[in-house]
Design a protein around this ligand. Structure first.
Ligand code: PNW
Length: 525
């Protein structure tokens, strides 16, 4: 790309122009869904033969590391309340559910020589309940809860990790593949490796931001490809007819100024954060982007290392990886403003991925900020990201498998409503612009254990009082907004429901009596 083109691209913006405050229509086969992950919602941490995950280990050995000293021993208790979860999906009117399978619930020690029948039973029950309600299962095989036993044997950084993952994937195909048509392999290599091996905030809490971080990403890509080849080569694809995709997260980025350095900062940000994972699987030539290989090699030499911290894949590995994702499962939350100027010197530790990228970033103060310090609302970012993917990777099929906004507790979540409306307008317009986008999953169906933030911030369409032993689920205003978008298949920016009206509680009970009571209440008001 020439510099001019890059500058133009970096400043490309999208502004939603919609008639009468109502968006165009979503295609009739567009899939609306909602997402969760096993450790964040299931609870039942040691029931029915489940083994320890590395998160069970973290919260027991270092409880002070979690913001509110909580853990996910019970969480939303979905292990016991999964039927209620399916009811909620039904109430929303979604046609798909993204949940994740707990590896240590299926294999307490991580290896297939002991498969836990009660673990298999749980996911059979969940999948059957979904299908009985016309909701397609989109299971994630690995959403960060690695069996602790494997973690102690080297975990993701072990040479054996791709094989371990492949053996696990095979058991999933054997047990659930007859009913699962969309498999999501591993969740978010960038975030998992950056927070698990870079900052060390998440399990396995290893601090190696310039070496372990890159090795983690490499291993995750190889593990994904291993699962893909097993699906193809061992007859699962021909018998079961499903599709497999990896889950990759990406925010959008815009340059702080129109300087050449800031344009370069955008290009590098995208290459390191996205290209590192996308190019080996989705690009025509395969392997890592050349610019990141060169940067890390140069820095490694400056640091006195005799080999680079980010070696290219061998030709055989590159071939093994290329083209192994039937679709892209994209998680997207926000946009960053990035820059490169003198102030970046000394900003990042050496060696680290961030020092390799060599940029600073911030959120534009005019964007509504969520309760997570990294996520602000800027819907044009999603539109531009989707178009960038379309143009860069030959228009792959995409599902957005996470998108959402954090808040504190409370049913009136106006900021989240606004966020969903604006992002869904961007989604609808991206489809109109030719992006091959087939589905959208809100993060999250319900409040859950937000990793190191514990229960201090919430992402749920449904609120859960985490001190209530029943873990009662109550729809927030955003659940009503999402439900109406799914029903009408347009985004009406003016739709403004009241989550406290008894009429809204038809979401909870669905009974005719509630509707009558609601009508009376409305008359008397
Ligand atoms: C996702 N970022 O992680 C995870 O897949 C979920 O488990 C998690 O609950 C959810 O986001 C909300 O945090 C991300 O910094 C964490 O851009 C951080 C970022 C993106 C995704």
């Amino acid at each position: 790309m020439t510099l001019i083109a890059r500058l133009l691209f970096a400043t490309l913006t999208f502004s939603a122009v919609i008639a009468n405050n109502v968006s165009g229509s979503f295609p009739s086969d567009f899939i609306f869904g909602a997402s969760t992950a096993s450790y964040q919602v299931e609870g039942a941490w040691d029931e029915d033969g489940k083994g320890w995950s590395m998160w069970d280990h973290l919260v027991r050995t270092d409880p002070g590391h979690i913001a509110d000293h909580s853990n996910a021993d019970v969480a939303a208790n979905s292990y016991h309340l999964y039927k209620r979860d399916v009811q909620m999906l039904k109430e929303l009117g979604v046609s798909a559910y993204r949940f994740s399978i707990s590896w240590p619930r299926i294999m307490p020690y991580g290896r297939p020589d002991y498969v836990n029948p009660r673990g298999i039973q749980y996911y059979n029950n969940l999948i059957d309940e979904l299908l009985a309600n016309n909701i397609q299962p989109f299971p994630t095989m690995y959403h960060w809860d690695l069996p602790q036993n494997l973690n102690e044997q080297g975990g993701i950084l072990s040479e054996n990790f791709p094989d371990w993952f492949g053996d696990y994937a095979r058991v999933l195909y054997q047990n659930f593949g007859d009913r699962v048509k969309h498999w999501l392999t591993l969740n978010e290599p960038y975030i998992h490796c950056h927070i698990g091996f870079g900052t060390g905030m998440h399990a396995p809490r290893i601090r190696s931001p310039g070496v372990g971080y890159y090795r983690c990403g490499r291993q995750i890509l190889l593990a994904h490809a291993r699962a893909f080849h097993i699906y193809n080569d061992e007859g699962f694809r021909s018998a079961q007819n499903g599709q497999l995709g990896i889950v990759i997260s990406m925010d959008w980025s815009i340059p702080s100024t129109d300087s050449v350095d800031d344009a370069e900062a955008v290009t590098d940000y995208i290459a390191f954060k996205f290209g590192q994972y996308m190019d080996p699987l989705f690009s025509e030539q395969g392997n890592y982007p050349q610019r990141i290989l060169e940067r890390v090699a140069t820095n490694s030499a400056l640091e006195g290392l005799s080999t680079t911290r980010l070696p290219a894949f061998t030709d055989a590995e590159a071939e093994y990886l290329r083209g192994t994702s039937d679709f892209l499962a994209l998680n997207h939350y926000s946009t960053a403003v990035v820059y490169r100027n003198a102030s970046v010197a000394g900003m990042h530790e050496v060696p680290s991925m961030f020092n390799d990228v060599y940029i600073g970033s911030y959120s534009d103060p005019s964007w509504p900020m969520s309760e997570t310090n990294w996520s602000a609302e800027y819907a044009p970012g999603l539109y531009n990201l989707l178009n960038y993917i379309k143009d860069t990777y030959n228009n792959p099929t995409i599902y957005i498998t996470e998108n959402g906004f954090s808040s504190f507790t409370g049913l009136v979540d106006d900021q989240r409503c606004q966020y969903y409306k604006n992002y869904l307008v961007a989604v609808q317009q991206a489809i109109e612009s030719g992006v091959d986008l087939r589905g959208y999953f809100a993060w999250s169906l319900m409040d859950n254990f937000e990793w190191a933030r514990g229960y201090t911030i919430r992402f749920g369409l449904y609120e859960i009082d985490m001190t209530d032993p029943e873990r009662t689920r109550t729809p927030r205003k955003s659940a009503l907004v999402y439900k109406e978008i799914i029903r009408s298949r347009v985004v009406d920016m003016d739709y403004n429901p009241d989550p406290y009206l008894p009429g809204s509680s038809h979401l909870v009970t669905g009974s005719a009596l509630t509707v009558v009571v609601a009508a009376l209440y409305n008359l008397l008001r």
